[in-house]
Design a protein around this ligand. Structure first.
Ligand code: PLP
Length: 371
């Protein structure tokens, strides 16, 4: 880690807040259980610190996207259940088995690969993924029916349960929610009829805020753990986790009216004061925020003016007393005053993208480590 005085930005990640968010979600899904989704390096926040903090908060089951993420997480959490959303590719079964990773089986080839391997060795249980409306990963309705039509296609397969993924859970009134629930129930009933009672996993972060019959036995939240609002039309029930501060490296009082930044998109007039901050799109501060976002110094909102550069941002600080914005002053880019969802809205994107884009150049600080 670089010394924070030497970096243009400081990223502070509150592990206690993640633990509290985990407990909040856990209470909502009880008597069901809550897993932790830590794919994409825990949504950019650092799985190496986040996953152990979740484990210390009581999380026993984790989801990652690919095999490499699973292998890294296994080194950190020797006893946790770790499920890999992509499932085993050709030639990967042994790696899964050796690291005790539970695959998510997404298509008939993976199901058959895992079933065959299970004839020769004791394997970790698999999640069977039913596609109920995403048309992305998972068995289609006809593939599910085909699988269920002959018992030898399932024989010897040990399942952790069946899962599916909601496409529109953040819109409680969307018709697809109910359709997906009905299709999932049907697939679950069909497979349970053959294999005996199977556990279910259905809700992502937003699904946890739908009716309880969307929760399933194991919910799979990611974004809400990290402070993204799972109920975008209502106040955020989650605690903010991330604070991002950028450092002012130069302060300019405009002595000749002109423009600021690339493309000369923004006029400035004599007497205005511009603070230049050492953060840019190379740090994941999206270029689409140009001329739209704001930063905060204390409670004072300072508008971003001009384009986002690779390494620099320019803010209009004319409204502040000169002493409030000087070289070295930290500008809050994400924080209590300006939550991740607000910055995402200014960039026409979602908090997920803002978090996973957070760059490697920031000095990272973890606070409140329960692990
Ligand atoms: C990413 C992912 C999740 C977590 O979704 P959030 O909206 O971040 O809670 C859950 N399930 C699957 C299959 C996913 O790909």
């Amino acid at each position: 880690m670089c010394p924070s005085e030497a970096s243009g930005g400081i990223l502070t990640i509150n592990l206690d807040a993640i633990a509290r968010n985990y407990r909040t979600l856990g209470e909502r899904v009880a008597p069901g259980e809550c897993a932790g989704v830590v794919k994409a390096d825990a949504y950019g926040l650092g799985a190496g610190r986040v996953a152990p903090a979740l484990a210390a908060a009581g999380c026993r089951r984790f989801f990652v996207a690919d095999l490499n993420e699973g292998l890294s997480l296994r080194k950190l959490l020797p006893d946790a259940e770790i499920a890999v959303l992509y499932g085993p590719g050709q030639g990967e079964v042994e790696l899964f088995a050796h690291a005790a990773l539970c695959p998510v089986l997404n298509e008939p080839g993976q199901v058959e690969r895992w079933r065959r391997a299970g004839e020769k060795a004791v394997l970790p249980p698999a999640w069977l993924h039913i596609d109920t409306g995403m048309n992305r990963l998972g068995l289609s309705a006809s593939e599910t029916a085909h699988l269920a039509s002959r018992s030898d296609r399932l024989e010897g397969l040990t399942l952790a349960g069946v899962m599916s993924h909601l496409a529109c859970a953040e819109h409680p009134d969307h018709a697809l929610n109910g359709e997906q629930k009905a299709r999932f129930r049907e697939a679950h009933a069909l497979l349970s009829g053959i294999m005996g009672p199977l556990a279910t996993s259905f809700a992502n972060s937003s699904g946890i805020f739908l009716e309880p019959d969307y929760h399933g036995d194991l919910a799979r939240p990611g974004a809400a753990l990290y402070g993204v609002n799972p109920t975008p039309k209502s106040p955020n029930p989650m605690e903010q986790v991330v604070q991002l501060q950028g450092r002012i490296v130069q302060l300019r009082e405009i002595d000749r009216s002109g423009t600021v930044g690339y493309g000369a998109t923004r006029r400035v007039t004599r007497g205005e004061r511009i603070a230049t901050v050492a953060v840019g799109y190379a740090d994941g501060y999206l270029r689409s925020l140009s001329d739209r976002a704001a930063g905060y110094i204390g409670r004072a909102r300072i508008p971003l003016v001009g384009r986002v550069s690779m390494d620099l941002l320019t803010f209009d600080v004319s409204a502040l007393p000169p002493a409030a914005a000087a070289p070295g002053t930290l500008v809050t880019l994400i924080g209590a005053e300006h939550p991740v969802d607000d910055l995402a809205a200014e960039a026409d994107t979602i908090g997920y993208e803002v978090l996973t884009a957070l760059g490697a150049r920031y000095a990272r600080r973890y606070v409140g480590d329960p692990a």
